[in-house]
Design a protein. Structure first.
Ligand SMILES: NC(=O)c1ccc[n+]([C@@H]2O[C@H](COP(=O)([O-])OP(=O)(O)OC[C@H]3O[C@@H](n4cnc5c(N)ncnc54)[C@H](O)[C@@H]3O)[C@@H](O)[C@H]2O)c1
Length: 405
């Protein structure tokens, strides 16, 4: 039996996927509201295909509880934020979940850490807990199996992505590989724990640095009136060039967070990474500057006629963690400015001031729309922007009156 600890964006789909593929599974989360909702038959976040997977998994008898279970295998998928001051990974959630598992687990069980962690975290923070709890006389196999799925395409990617498994010995590695093979059709590589920890952080760092490069190009091109999108398009026709797209900032739980682990642990060796992260973090402020410039150009003086489209950190998901729009609003606040109007079709509850819940009402109250997120809704309704001034931070709307970052 598998006990999945932490039923958020990663743990819930993983638990459901296992159950839907015939693995006996119990999901544990210490948040009663999540467990109650799941037991009442309601999924806790929006994700393409999640509802169908949930209904399928429920027919297999998957259970949700706040209690930790006695199981053969545990999968820990709890948050791993970074410490804002030291920039190092904050391992407290993983340590606390691991401690709780150790208090109930049987001898020789396998504890898989799916949470993203910096290289050496298991050695430094989890092995001492194991020794402290059992004075070294009880064997628990720790494994690291980082997750790569992207919100918006999670269900497809759970099945089709390649995976990495880091284990101390290949027998345990193969046992865990067999578990993931119950649903994963991608290639599963078994390696050692530290290599698995590092590869996951490196993957997200690669993307952060590449996005920062695109953002820097956008700033250069803005300065001298060149079309950054056309330049990137042409450069990417080179067989060995693959530049990502610039944008209003980088949000989510991974790309703006995990690379900091390396900066925190190796401060003297991460100049490029540190600068890249700062470049990305500066983009919401850059967008604010663009809004001001365009207002001057088109003669809009009234800030209350400017609105931000999109609050989530990426298109077509309801996740607002580290969202560039929230960062932009925060930056406005720091300048003692009144917050701009905001609308997002996927955020139903009121989370910021001046938030709208209808596209038509929002558009009727603004003359200048800043597209922060390219939700399908706005792409389908692009003609409604015909008579507006538009700053399209996502290069998604093709109308004559559109400005870019
Ligand atoms: N969200 C993503 O797109 C994504 C992608 C790849 C990897 N990851 C990594 O996966 C990990 C989990 O991320 P997430 O987005 O699922 O987080 P999340 O915040 O959505 O979910 C974490 C869940 O863990 C629960 N929890 C925390 N401590 C617990 C404990 N001690 N016992 C029981 N439940 C506990 C919380 O209540 C929450 O429901 C992180 O390390 C993240 O970096 C996330």
């Amino acid at each position: 039996m598998v006990n999945v600890i932490g039923l958020g964006y990663i743990g819930l789909p993983t638990a459901l996927m296992l159950a839907a593929h015939g693995v006996e599974c119990v999901g544990t989360d210490y948040d009663y509201s999540i467990v109650d909702a799941l037991n009442a038959g309601k999924i806790t976040f929006k994700e393409e295909g999640l509802e169908e997977l949930f209904q399928k998994a429920r027919t297999t008898g998957i259970r949700f509880t706040t209690e930790y279970q006695a199981a053969d295998i545990y999968i820990i998928s709890v948050p791993t934020p970074y410490d804002k001051f030291s920039k190092r990974v904050n391992p407290q959630y993983v340590m606390s979940a691991f401690r709780s598992v150790l208090s109930v687990c049987p001898l020789n069980c396998v504890v898989i850490i799916e949470s993203t962690i910096s290289p050496g975290t298991i050695e430094k923070y989890l092995r001492p807990l194991l020794k402290e709890t059992f004075q070294g006389d009880k064997k628990v196999h720790i494994v690291h199996a980082p997750e790569r799925i992207i919100p918006g395409n999670m269900i497809y990617e759970l099945i089709h992505n390649n995976r990495t498994i880091g284990a101390d010995d290949s027998k345990i590695g193969d046992q865990v590989k067999k578990l993931y093979s119950s649903f994963c059709q991608g290639e599963i590589v078994v390696t050692d724990i530290k290599t698995a920890e590092m590869s996951k952080v490196v993957e997200n760092t690669y993307r952060a640095v590449n996005i920062a490069f695109a953002n820097e190009l956008a700033k250069i091109c803005r300065h001298d009136e060149m079309d950054v999108y056309e330049i990137i398009r042409i450069c990417n026709m080179h067989p060995r060039v693959n530049i990502l797209q610039p944008g209003p900032g980088v949000g989510g739980h991974c790309i703006p967070v995990d690379p900091w682990f390396l900066v925190g642990d190796y401060p003297c060796l991460t100049n490029v990474i540190g600068e890249a992260l700062r470049t990305n973090e500066g983009m919401p402020e850059f967008v604010l500057g663009r809004i001001y410039e365009i207002m001057k150009t088109v003669g809009i003086n009234d800030v209350t006629r400017v609105g931000l489209y999109g609050l989530t950190y990426k298109e077509n998901v309801d996740d607002i963690r580290e969202s560039p729009t929230l960062q932009l609003l925060e930056s406005q606040k720091r300048h003692l400015a009144k917050p701009l109007k905001v609308y997002d079709p996927l955020i139903i509850s009121d989370i910021v001031d001046n938030q709208y819940h209808s596209l038509d009402v929002f558009l009727s109250e603004v003359d200048f729309v800043v597209i922060m997120v390219k939700h399908s809704e706005i792409l389908k309704n692009a003609e409604k922007l015909k008579n507006k001034i538009v700053l399209d931070c996502c290069n998604s709307i093709f109308l004559p009156n559109v400005y870019h970052i």
